[in-house]
Design a protein around this ligand. Structure first.
Ligand code: PHE
Length: 337
């Protein structure tokens, strides 16, 4: 009798549990079968009335029924719970998103881009050389003999006797001329290093742009024309400029180019040290001795070269008074440009 009822309850349980669609249904199934007064507990009560012979067998199948029902219940409960937790999770689309802060080009990159585009317009190509240079390219072939006092102008980080961190971009001139026959017309931007005390006006690393044009019949007038055209495009029309005699071992004659002080417009102030002028670059006609080092015929070819610091150029154009701000990566400075 009891074993038949066990069969019936089991199939009823199967049918009920197969209809469960949510946790509420499931709870009802639990109450109906597994609670203290549920069908299965009632069967256990009835077991007490079974005969001695019946008891072991019926007891066993009753235990099996209870284990079966409990396992089914637990399994379904787990499934329903995970399903409900994933659908309960609502996305609040009105919440503000995580703002992505867009970076921008560093002022030095912007300045260099502008310089490059002006010189491209004037027919120059763009070349680069390594920062770790030989003493030969950085000094020797640029007409600085090893005991030449002009080496003192550029405090050098030496790696060993033969190699150093380049102190200017001029060694790229040597590389270009050693590997190309004239005509060459290129600008050569890059980093340079000097073993100087860091201050508002100098840093141990900075950037320069070198320029070189060699062909037959290149004149100082062309040098001036090119640089004046550059200065007008870069600093703006209406500026006065002048070329002052200067000295570099690798150019002869050499000059420095000044423009009217942007602050006082030539009247004299602190920035221009009361002169009314600001130096923007060094330049000159390539010294025939340099041509000798690169196997150019100095009877046939002439050329000019110039070099400017990119930090200095940006400082002059934007009125920045401390070179260190370029390397501090302070977002308050960088985002102004
Ligand atoms: N290399 C020089 C400097 O660093 C600048 C320069 C370049 C001067 C080319 C003349 C010609 O000071």
């Amino acid at each position: 009798m009891l074993s038949e009822r066990i069969q019936i309850i089991r199939s009823e349980f199967d049918s009920d549990i197969s209809k469960v669609s949510d946790l509420k249904d499931l709870e009802n199934v639990r109450i109906k079968y597994l609670s203290r007064n549920g069908e299965i507990s009632t069967l256990f009560e009835d077991l007490k009335t079974a005969t001695k012979e019946e008891k072991p067998l019926v007891g066993k199948s009753l235990n099996e029924l209870r284990n079966y029902a409990t396992t089914q219940f637990n399994l379904l409960k787990e499934n329903l719970e995970t399903a409900s937790s994933s659908t309960d999770e609502k996305i609040d689309i009105t919440l503000p998103g995580i703002t992505k802060i867009l970076g921008s080009k560093h002022l030095l990159t912007q300045t260099l881009d502008e310089i490059k585009s002006i010189f491209k317009g004037l027919g120059f190509s763009i070349l680069e050389g390594p920062e770790l240079e030989s003493d030969y390219n950085n000094f020797e072939a640029l007409n600085f003999p090893s005991d030449h006092p002009a080496r003192d102008m550029q405090d050098t980080f030496f790696i060993n006797k033969e190699f150093l961190l380049r102190t200017h971009t001029s060694p790229v001139q040597i590389r270009v001329m050693s590997s190309h026959k004239p005509p060459v017309r290129a600008i050569m931007p890059g980093r340079v290093y000097r073993n100087e005390a860091v201050s508002s006006r100098s840093y141990c690393m900075f950037h320069q742009v070198e320029g070189l044009y060699v062909d037959s019949g290149v004149t100082f007038a062309e040098l001036k024309g090119t640089l004046v055209s550059f200065a007008q495009q870069f600093y703006g029309e209406g500026l006065n400029y002048r070329f002052r005699p200067s000295f570099f071992p690798f150019t002869e004659p050499s000059a420095e180019m000044d423009i009217t002080c942007y602050l006082c417009h030539g009247k004299g102030c602190k920035v221009c040290k009361q002169t009314g002028w600001l130096e923007i670059l060094g330049c000159g006609m390539v010294d025939p001795n340099v041509f000798g080092f690169v196997d150019y015929d100095s009877e046939k070819y002439t050329g000019y070269a110039f070099g400017m610091g990119i930090e200095r150029t940006a400082m002059l154009k934007y009125g920045i008074s401390d070179i260190r701000v370029f390397f501090e990566n302070d977002i308050r400075f960088l985002k102004q440009f």
